[in-house]
Ligand binder design. Structure first.
Ligand SMILES: [Zn+2]
Ligand SMILES: [Zn+2]
Ligand SMILES: [Zn+2]
Length: 149
């Protein structure tokens, strides 16, 4: 099931509800995350925030991202070798990364249902569907490989 991504106001009410302060910097980070709807590194989030509020320091943005992770507002994933990327928690899905062209394909987390159940049963292991991408070769790169062979 694909969950609807939360709105900025819903996210800020989660912050307030956890007895934390809503600062202008937090509000700006939320704005950036809601608008992005994609994968952003902490560095990209910082420069987007600073475009709106130049006075917000990178360390403030990093602290806010940590706090938001604790509150389950954002999650991060690792797509290949690059820096971790951040998502709003409502938009969680799986990731496939092509080892050749480095593109990332978002897939429904439901693809992991059967595997998840099996791993749970066989190893008592709980799979995190989102944290790390599966690597492989995308359809286009496979076509190119076949063509050159
Ligand atoms: Zn991680
Ligand atoms: Zn590829
Ligand atoms: Zn993603």
């Amino acid at each position: 099931m694909v969950q609807r991504a939360p709105t900025a106001e819903e996210i800020l009410s989660t912050v307030r509800g956890s007895d934390r302060r809503v600062t202008l910097a937090k509000r700006t980070v939320v704005e950036v995350l809601v608008r992005a709807r994609g994968h952003l590194t902490a560095e990209e989030i910082t420069s987007a925030v600073q475009r709106l509020r130049p006075e917000v320091s990178p360390s403030t943005v990093y602290r806010i991202l940590e706090e938001f992770e604790e509150l389950n507002i954002v999650v991060h994933s690792h797509l290949g070798q690059a820096a971790a990327v951040y998502h709003l928690a409502g938009a969680v899905h799986g990731h496939l990364t092509c080892e050749h062209c480095k593109q990332t394909i978002e897939i429904s987390a439901a693809h992991f249902d059967a595997l998840s159940k099996e791993l749970q049963k066989a190893y008592g292991f709980q799979l995190d569907r989102h944290h790390v991408a599966l690597s492989g070769t995308c359809a286009r790169c496979r076509d190119n490989q076949r063509a050159t062979r």
